[in-house]
Design a protein around this ligand. Structure first.
Ligand code: PBG
Length: 332
């Protein structure tokens, strides 16, 4: 074909896309390994790992394996790891006392990681669901998920995690008032340097399905979580929750799930300008990993694109099961 040119206006946005050098110069957002928090599942036992069928590539690790994985994550440049326990069904109770046992699985795991790689930040999850016989994040009294009694339990749980050496406490329970109560007790007990990342805007989402398999809560869960987690139809309410949690002493806030809620990430960052994180949850991972396995999507390209979108939406960082793999790609 013979080349012809037309008398367009002076603006040709393709000019800065001409070559990678120029694309790099005008790039607005950057994804780096320093943005990643790696959620991991821990189980009892020695030198073993259990695959999670609905999360291909993700395993529940025994503490010794977890420590090795934590060392590798730190060496790969990942700044933080977030721990979730698989609790055997027979250990789940109505009073959830395992949650604040100083020697429970999570607290032993925290101590083991901090002993080996103190530079790696360790984040925890604060909610009763792994320990609860009915799978809920809070106590169930006469069929109702009660708020204030649950908060008392969450405070004990958070304190035990802080004592074990947790750097970031992550309340994911969506009870009212828990950030303020946890902050107050942490201050009173000398843990004024422990951060709180509030799962502030956490939706009652179908995307948590594989996670509930991973922590063994799917069989246990009776009913749904709609009386405490947010309605996916709401946006303004997320801003009220973030404002409230910041006021109660949260250092960082999270939006969860991630990809279906990027509008919320953007609104939170624009309105408050505070450290904002998104959780690319188990169902998002499963959706992508399933398509990668079948060869329907390009693994490396789509993985990084799926993480970059959070940066564009204003997030400071992302909790993602892809963290170790993404770290390799980002460094390589
Ligand atoms: C527990 C909790 C959940 C997740 C993180 N903490 C599940 C839930 O609320 O039912 C989900 C994480 C994921 O899906 O990857 N409170």
């Amino acid at each position: 074909m013979t080349r012809t040119t037309a008398p367009f206006p002076l603006t040709r946005l393709r000019r800065t896309r001409k070559m990678e050098a120029l694309r790099g110069l005008v790039r607005e957002n950057h994804l780096s390994v320093a943005d990643l928090i790696w959620p991991v599942f821990v189980r009892e036992g020695e030198d073993d790992a259990t695959p999670i069928p609905s999360m291909p590539g993700v395993e529940r690790l025994t503490i010794d394996r977890l420590v090795r994985a934590a060392v590798a994550a730190h060496e790969a440049g990942i700044p933080a790891i977030c721990l979730f326990p698989y609790i055997e069904p027979e250990l789940k109770t109505e009073d959830c006392a395992g949650a604040w046992d100083e020697d429970n699985l999570v607290n032993r795991a925290i101590r083991a990681i901090k002993a080996e790689v103190p530079e790696l930040a360790v984040m925890t999850d604060v909610a009763l669901d792994p320990y609860n016989i009915n799978g809920h994040d809070g106590y169930v009294v006469e069929g109702e998920i009660v708020n204030d009694m649950t908060v008392e339990a969450l405070v004990k749980m958070a304190l035990a995690q802080a004592r074990a050496g947790a750097d970031i406490i992550g309340p994911s329970d969506m009870m009212d008032g828990r950030i303020g109560m946890i902050r107050q007790v942490l201050e009173a007990e000398g843990f004024d340097k422990v951060s709180i990342m509030s799962y502030a805007a956490k939706y009652a989402s179908g995307f948590y399905g594989p996670f509930r398999d991973a922590v063994g809560a799917s069989g246990a869960l009776k009913g749904d979580k709609k009386t405490y987690q947010m309605d996916p139809a709401n946006g303004d309410e997320a801003l009220r929750l973030v404002e409230r949690d910041l006021h109660e002493g949260a250092d960082m806030v999270m939006v969860k799930p991630g990809m279906p809620y990027l509008d919320i990430c953007r609104r939170v960052q624009d309105r408050f300008g505070v450290p904002t994180f998104a959780y690319q949850v188990s169902g998002e991972y499963a959706m992508l990993a399933g398509a990668f396995e079948r060869g329907w999507l390009d693994r490396e390209k789509v993985m990084l694109e799926s993480l970059m979108c959070f940066k564009r939406a204003g997030c400071n960082g992302i909790l993602t099961y892809f963290a170790p793999e993404a770290a390799k790609l980002l460094r390589g």
